[in-house]
Design a protein around this ligand. Structure first.
Ligand code: PAF
Length: 281
């Protein structure tokens, strides 16, 4: 696997592949790779001839006081995992390559509405940072397809909306959340959990399962959301939100809405965990 840091080198290699008629898939990441990311790489390889993974911890999507500096960085292990996982090219730019002159640039990509909800409400500016970097990566790599995890369900909707609104010619493919054997969704931020918190963490997945069953049983959404928050608190979580939404746009659903997603975010010690459950009725 080739590792490239600079844009001209990246563009030269991609031009060769394109000239040979090869389809290119992009897996954007912030590194500290786990099984979830490698599943994205596999899904990418099924959809293209060449897989590019990017590793860039994007300062623009972290708010003041968030974990930008603490975010786990494991470049050597990441490189080995990608090489073994079937990635053809690792794009690992320095901050100056992405944001020259010590600035983060002036232009922003904003998907209003959906970006203000849920994670966007608790992390103001987060989705502007995500949409801007993903748009930049799309311009740099110009992939045919890009692959993202469904664990970040709201992020996936923001990216799909951006691509549609800006007519960006990239197919977006979402991949089902990869979980630990006990149900905890894989995430780089699970590393912040203490041993005792790690034992309690699967409760988030369990409470989502219970809420999904309650939705199917016709229990009122507000009632089951409150019950879920209480159940999480009993496990030591500080819930940020637990909401039944319309899957298409995260709007408040009508009682008879058929395609739903339950979104959840909760703090457990230092870790902020997010997860979701799709419910089709
Ligand atoms: O999901 C992530 O890891 C990041 O938000 C992404 C999509 C790589 C953008 O920095």
């Amino acid at each position: 696997m080739e590792r490239i840091e600079h844009l001209p080198n990246l563009r030269a290699r991609l031009a060769e592949w394109r000239a040979a008629g090869e389809r290119i898939a992009l897996v954007p990441t912030m590194g500290n790779l786990h099984q979830g990311h490698l599943t994205l790489v596999r899904a990418a390889a099924e959809r293209a001839d060449r897989v590019v993974a990017s590793i860039f911890v994007n300062p623009l999507q972290f708010g003041p006081g968030e974990d930008l500096d603490a975010y786990p960085r494991t470049p050597d292990a990441d490189r080995d995992k990608l090489a073994a996982g079937g990635c053809d090219l690792l794009f690992a730019p320095a901050v100056e390559t992405i944001y020259p002159n010590g600035q983060t640039g002036q232009t922003r990509v904003e998907v209003p509405g959906i970006s203000a909800l849920f994670c966007g409400a608790s992390r103001p500016g987060h989705f502007v940072g995500v949409a801007t970097i993903v748009c930049k990566l799309f311009n740099m790599v110009q992939p045919d397809v890009a692959v993202f995890g469904e664990k970040d369900f709201q992020q996936l909707l923001v990216i799909r909306r951006m691509v549609e609104d800006l007519s960006i010619p990239v197919a977006i493919h979402g991949v089902e959340t990869v979980r630990e054997p006990d149900g905890l969704a894989r995430s780089s931020r699970n590393a912040y959990l203490t041993a005792a918190e790690r034992e309690r963490a699967p409760a988030l997945n369990r409470v989502l399962d219970e809420a999904a069953a309650a939705v199917r049983a016709g229990r009122p959404f507000v009632e089951l959301e409150l019950a879920a928050c209480r159940a999480l608190e009993a496990e030591g979580f500080a819930p940020e939100y637990f909401k039944v939404c319309r899957a298409a746009d995260l709007a408040s659903p009508e009682a008879d809405e058929r395609d739903l997603v339950i979104l959840a975010a909760a703090r457990l010690g230092r870790a902020r965990l997010i997860d979701n459950r799709r419910v089709r009725r």
